[in-house]
Each structure stands twice: as structure tokens, then as C-alpha cells.
Write a protein that binds this ligand. Sequence first.
Ligand code: AP5
Length: 213
Amino acid sequence: MNIILLGPPGAGKGTQARHLVDTRDMIQLSTGDMLRAARTSGTEMGQKVAEIMDSGKLVTDEIVIGLIEEQLTTQSGSGFIFDGFPRTLAQADALAALLTKLGQSLHTVIEIRVDDEALVQRISGRFTCGDCGEVYHDKTKPTSVDGKCDNCGSTNMVRRADDNADSLRTRLMEYYKKTSPLIGYYYAKGDLRPLNGLADISEVTASVEAILG
Ligand code: AP5
């Protein structure tokens, strides 16, 4: 079962993807995580995308499609969760072609709907475990012990460079200009399943489970 989690920055795509990885043995393909890993490993591509990511703009289709193709052809499991990909119509077409080439298909596209004000709150309070990637929030999902990851016990908590007001404005603009047309695209294909992303994390998880069956 291959699914797309579609939604604006801070909608909760990564949070829900991690739940599906834990409970369904699915593989999370987050292009944001892949690009951040490329940055920290200091590759030429990582250096090229660092400035673009910090500004909140989208990196080129060519780069992200290449990253996804590499993962699709080298990994296997109980299905892929596309988190933060596709983000443009060109990426959506490329994904369809890649899946067809591999004899696979797309099960569903879950659109997580959240209003802009809530997104700002979520992004400004987010922090992540630098070791295992668990996602937290100052108010809605704090760690049980201050500064210590509930999942792996690490105290290496990080905040993203692009989680600031200026960059968020650009990320939202990029979303509305380039990614939101995908809502109509997948609706027309009959693949789109919207849900209320403003609910509590556990309620959103229940909605995702209900869609996936
Ligand atoms: P990426 O890493 O994909 O960032 P994003 O899309 O902006 O999404 P986020 O990771 O910020 O949010 P999320 O929806 O995963 O929310 P989360 O679960 O963390 O991309 C970063 C950059 O990389 C892009 O700007 C671009 O430059 C580049 N890039 C990546 N992919 C690309 C592509 N395909 N093409 C081109 N460029 C690409 O939740 C957010 C917070 O809210 C957390 O603190 C969480 O605890 C909390 N929260 C979650 N759900 C709830 C809830 N229901 N109620 C209350 N709080 C909640």
C-alpha cells in the first residue's frame, strides 16, 4: 500500500508518518529528511540545497525526483509513505511514472487540512530528537522529562533552521502556489481523502487509520 501525506508545512505529515512506520511497518520517504541528511553529510548536493531550504523555497524537481527514485528502487516493505513529496505537478507525474515502471500503484492521498494560524503555532513550537527523529512540540507534545527524548532517551534536541517567521511565510507561499494544485489533481483522479488536521494528534491518527482500513 503506497500513500501520500499531503498538507502544508506543519500540518502533521511527519507525525502521522512515524505512527504508520511503527504500527504498519511501512517505509517513510520524507524528501525533507533526505535533503537535511544530505546537508549534514556535506555532499555537493547538500551544499547546493542548504540555502534554498533555509529560505523556505522548494529545491528543484530534478533533485527530489532523483532522491525518491533511488529510494524506490533500493527499499522494500509494506508500502511507502510519501511525506512532503510530491510538491509540484511535475513531481506528481514523475511519481506516477516511477510507480508504473516498478509495477506498483498509489493507494490513496491523505490531505491533512489545517488552517494557517494553527500552522504558525505548530512550527514555532516544534523540536525534534536529533538522534531518532521523534517530533515534539513545546505545548501539544512535550517530552515527559524536560529535554529528554521519550523514544530513545537522547538529550540531543534540535530546532530546524527554517522554522522561523520569515522562512515560514515563504514556505506557505510555495505551498499555495506550487503544491496546493495537487489537491485538485488527486481529487480528479479519485485518490484524494481529506481529513481534519486541527484535531488532537491521536484523533488525526484515528482518522488516518479509518481511511487506510
Ligand atoms: P519538509 O521537511 O518536508 O517540511 P514541511 O513540508 O514544511 O513540513 P514539516 O516537516 O515542517 O511539517 P509536518 O507536516 O511534517 O509537521 P510535523 O509532523 O513535524 O521540507 C523542508 C524543506 O525541504 C522545504 O521547504 C523545501 O525547501 C525542501 N523540500 C522538501 N521536500 C521537497 C520537495 N518534494 N520538493 C522541493 N523541495 C522540497 O508537525 C509540526 C508540529 O506540530 C510538531 O511539533 C508536532 O508535534 C505538532 N503537531 C502535529 N500534529 C498535531 C496535531 N494534530 N495537533 C497539535 N499539534 C500537532
